[in-house]
Ligand binder design. Structure first.
Ligand code: SF4
Length: 298
């Protein structure tokens, strides 16, 4: 490994360690605004009470520099790697893993990772194929963006996939999303962000749903057909009356984001991934020379 590699690996490890803890404590402004807005438009007394407790929770986390929720989740990173970034993705993965372990041990954070059969703890939030990393490769660029989205189990357990058929059309997509969210009720700690992935294949649709929850709240898909579906689902889901924490009310979701991929002419996959009100995310931009800039809003 060259000196450049060593320095960059250290920078990426440090960025991962910082991102994991930071994202758990300091939620983005768009989420703060969405929660405050939800509290304004909620009309149910219980719903307003729940939302004011959530806002107070965020305030206490800020003042005490503490976590917004005890469930530190699974660390999920999305990496956008420039084609000229001088550290190979295999080494980036090692650095992200080391950073996750460091954050868990040094803070310390609860270690949630277990073997899926034996349920034995596998270490400081790492294990076989943990943390989870999604990759995107960017041509003509020498930088690296790392976004950390810790995913709590309450909301991750409320993930659903249906292989609709083309004849089901957009109506079938909406019906499945609606049924999923109504079935989930208060379990995913609403109000949160509903991520929907449509098209591609079964696995890719769920990947897209996960991408959708990591977008800043209220951003719209650049495809106008998809953006229209986002608007319609947002309205529809808030008519369910599930409300904050499932206790009834007007605000069931803060937003609905949809990501799409073109698909086979006989396929129509739909995936739903829920992100709870503690929709934590934070990003680091790493330059080819190892400089790191942090961005809470990306
Ligand atoms: S679902 Fe979210 S808010 Fe609920 S316990 Fe898990 S991390 Fe916390």
């Amino acid at each position: 490994m060259s000196v450049v590699d060593v320095d960059l690996a250290g920078a990426v490890e440090g960025a991962a360690a910082h991102l994991y803890v930071w994202s758990l404590k300091d939620i983005p402004q768009d989420l703060r605004d969405a929660l405050a807005d939800a509290s304004e438009r909620e009309t149910s007394v219980t719903g307003r009470r729940v939302l004011s407790t959530i806002l107070r929770n965020v305030e206490v986390a800020d003042t005490e520099r503490n976590l917004v929720c005890q469930d530190t989740g699974i660390a999920v990173y999305t990496c956008r790697v420039g084609e000229r970034f001088p550290l190979h993705p295999a080494r980036i993965y090692e650095a992200l893993k080391a950073g996750t372990e460091r954050a868990t041990l040094e803070h310390p954070l609860r270690s949630n990772a277990v073997h899926t059969i034996t349920r034995e703890n596998t270490g400081p939030n790492t294990g076989h194929r943990l943390p989870i990393v999604h990759w995107e490769f960017v041509p003509d660029w020498d930088g690296l963006d790392v976004k950390c989205v810790p995913k709590g189990s309450g909301s991750e357990n409320m993930s659903f996939l249906k292989m609709c058929v083309p004849a089901d059309g957009v109506r079938g997509i909406k019906q499945f999303v609606l049924e999923s969210i109504v079935g989930a009720g208060g379990k995913p700690c609403p109000p949160g962000i509903v991520g929907v992935g449509i098209g591609g294949s079964a696995d890719y649709a769920m990947y897209l749903a996960k991408e959708a929850i990591a977008r800043p709240i209220g951003t719209r898909n650049p495809d106008r057909h998809v953006a229209q579906l986002e608007d319609e689902l947002f309205e529809l889901l808030n008519e369910t009356g599930i409300g904050p924490m499932g206790l009834g009310g007007d605000v069931t979701v803060l937003q609905c984001h949809v990501e799409h991929a073109d698909t086979h002419m006989t396929l129509n996959p739909v995936a739903v991934n829920y992100q709870c009100w503690a929709a934590r995310r934070a990003t680091a931009h790493v330059s080819a020379s190892g400089d790191v800039e942090y961005d809470r809003e990306a």
